[in-house]
Design a protein around this ligand. Structure first.
Ligand code: SF4
Length: 379
């Protein structure tokens, strides 16, 4: 029988017989392990698939998606037309959280291209928030006094059928790396701005090398205090929160607020909770905003479970938006009075800090309009 010391000697001998390259790799691995143990760098799950691979493997049609869920593809030709104007895109980690055999799954409903999108509906437009009127220069949306929103990219990891930017002219707002000069100049010309919001599309679709360069430049603007990032990507592909991302987050002098976008409790799982823990360890504030959607989360139980599950995962509910009347999404809409009554019932079951603010964005208003929950008599 060998003692620990004997085993150590044998291991060292065998290591010394290995080629220099292998020995170097082993030393680097051991060094990383020590850094991880002392919490200098996050523990990386070796089995984790890189987010870009997950993205490349995303589902792009009902014909591809439905068999994975044990469902038949009954989409009509109109669904093809809907996809022609807004393509279908669903990452597999998100599909894995859908219920097998359930055509009414709330996650499926959000992403499945449907012929119903092509039905005419009056009162729904291509730009329901009139963002075109607040687009003073390429890639900038400046609606509110002290906050500027930067459209970093037109791409997302998931295409949500209800998205109010599904018809946004991203082609006119594509931002090349060198065009960040004009963004920086715009912010400098507006010294009242103290917060930059990276939006899109989904800003986390950019490579970390790009994001890190942009954030370095924003760090240098003394007027800025906060950097907000609006993203759904970590919800649909949790591995997006990786070592590279955590390192630029750690390096930033700005307070970082990550506003995730999740609409249903089934979207939140242990993988996301683990990533949120890593983000919070770097001082990131993690919030959630959702959209109230017909047949997805328009029940008291769905709203209560979402808030509870978010909190369990370390995320605070922030906003629950009423539907923005986007062309193609009318079937998701819920009348405001119904939304207020629903949130009045939800309030019976949640503490105040878990109640998202029901809000509507009204074009031209200086801030989002918060809608008070209403209570029926005896409630
Ligand atoms: S991730 Fe956000 S921006 Fe992208 S399609 Fe969904 S709602 Fe729209």
């Amino acid at each position: 029988m060998f003692t620990g010391v004997h085993r150590g000697i044998i291991k060292r001998d065998s290591q010394e017989r290995r080629p220099i390259g292998q020995r170097l790799a082993a030393i680097i691995t051991q060094f990383n392990l020590i850094l991880q143990i002392f919490d200098v760098i996050p523990i990386q799950n070796a089995a984790e698939t890189h987010w870009s691979t997950e993205l490349a493997q995303a589902i792009k049609s009902p014909a591809e998606l439905m068999p994975l869920l044990g469902l038949s593809d009954t989409s009509l030709p109109q669904a093809e037309q809907a996809m022609a104007s807004f393509r279908m895109l669903v990452p597999r980690p998100f599909v894995a959280r859908m219920e097998y055999g359930n055509p009414n799954d709330p996650l499926l409903k959000q992403v499945l291209a449907d012929d119903i999108e092509m039905l005419p509906a009056s009162g729904y437009s291509k730009d329901p928030l009139a963002e075109g009127e607040h687009n003073p220069q390429k890639a900038i949306v400046h609606k509110y006094e002290r906050r500027v929103l930067v459209i970093t990219t037109g791409s997302c990891a998931v295409n949500c059928r209800y998205c109010f930017r599904r018809h946004f002219p991203y082609g006119d707002n594509q931002l090349a790396q060198k065009e960040w000069d004009s963004i920086i100049e715009y912010i400098q010309q507006h010294p009242q701005v103290n917060e930059v919001i990276l939006s899109g599309g989904d800003p986390l679709m950019l490579k970390d090398s790009q994001l890190s360069k942009h954030i370095l430049r924003l760090n240098e603007l003394p007027q800025l205090k906060r950097l907000r990032i609006h993203s759904r990507l970590p919800i649909v592909i949790p591995s997006r929160i990786n070592e590279e991302l955590l390192s630029w987050v750690k390096a930033s002098r700005l307070d970082i607020i990550l506003v995730l976008h999740s609409n249903h409790a089934n979207e939140i799982d242990a993988a996301i909770a683990e990533k949120v823990t890593q983000l919070k360890a770097q001082g990131v504030t993690v919030l959630n905003q959702g959209v109230l959607l017909r047949n997805v989360n328009d029940s008291v139980s769905a709203q209560v479970e979402l808030s509870e599950k978010l909190f369990d995962a370390g995320i605070l509910p922030y906003y629950m938006f009423t539907f923005d009347p986007i062309e193609g999404g009318a079937h998701f809409d819920i009348p405001i009075a119904e939304a207020q009554s629903l949130m009045g019932q939800v309030a019976k079951y949640l503490p105040g800090y878990l109640m998202p603010r029901l809000a509507k964005e009204i074009p031209g208003e200086p801030a989002k309009t918060v809608l008070a929950p209403t209570f029926s008599s005896g409630a």
